[in-house]
Design a protein. Sequence first.
Length: 255
Amino acid sequence: MTSVTHYPLLAFVIYVVLMAAATWLGLHLAERQSASIAAMRDDFNVIQAATLTLLGLIIGFTFSMAIGRYDQRKNYEEEEANAIGTEWLRAELLPAADAAKVRALLKSYLDQRIRFYVERDEEALEKINAETARLQGELWNAVRVPALAQPTPLSALAVAGMNDVLNTQGYTQAAWWNRIPAAAWALMAAIALCANLLVGLGATRGKGEFKLLLVLPLVLGIAFFLIADIDSPRRGVIRVVPQNLHSLEQMMRTP
C-alpha cells in the first residue's frame, strides 16, 4: 500500500479501478437482493449515509496530514537556507585562510542541498547524500580546528552556526521520510470500497446507471491522487521548491 502511494498517478488508476469494481459488484448484488434491500430501505439509507460521511471525514483528516507534512518540508527548507546563510556570515569571524575554506565548502554544500530538493532519481540521490555527508565532515573540521587552536567567543559563534547547518539537514531529511502511515491509507481505501459497494447496492439498475455511478469512484480517485501527490516529496506534481536556497546561492555569487 505504501509503495503504491509513492506514485500518485499509479495510485489514482488503481483506486479508481478498485472503487469502480466495488460499485459494479454492488449493482449486481442489488439485482439478486432487491427484495431484501427494499424491505429495509430506511435502515440501508442510514448505513449508506453514515459510511459516506465517515469516508469524507477520513479523507479530510488524511488530507490535513499531507498538508501538515508538506508545510513542514517547506519550513525546514527555509530554516536550512537561514542556517547556511548565517554560517556564511559567521565565517568572517575565523582567520582569513579558514574563512575562505569554510565559504568554499559552504558553496559546494549548498549546491548539494539544492540538488537534494530537485533530484528524483534514486541512484543520483544516494550519491548526493554521500557527498553531503562528506562535505559535512569537512565543514565541521574546518571550524573545529581553528576553534580549538584559538578558543574565543567569536570562534564559538562560528562553531555554533555550523552546528545549526548540520542539524537543519537532519531535520529536513526526517521531514522527507515522514509520510502518511500505511494504516491510514488502508483504512481510507477500505471505507471507500465499502461506500462504493453500498452506493451500487442502493442504486436502481437501469440504462446508463453504471456510467453515472462511476462519478463517485472518479471523484474519490482524484481526492486520493491529490493526497498522495502532496505526500510524495519527489514524484508528485506539487513539490517543495528550494527558492530560499536558490536566493542564497545568488547572494553567495554576488561579490
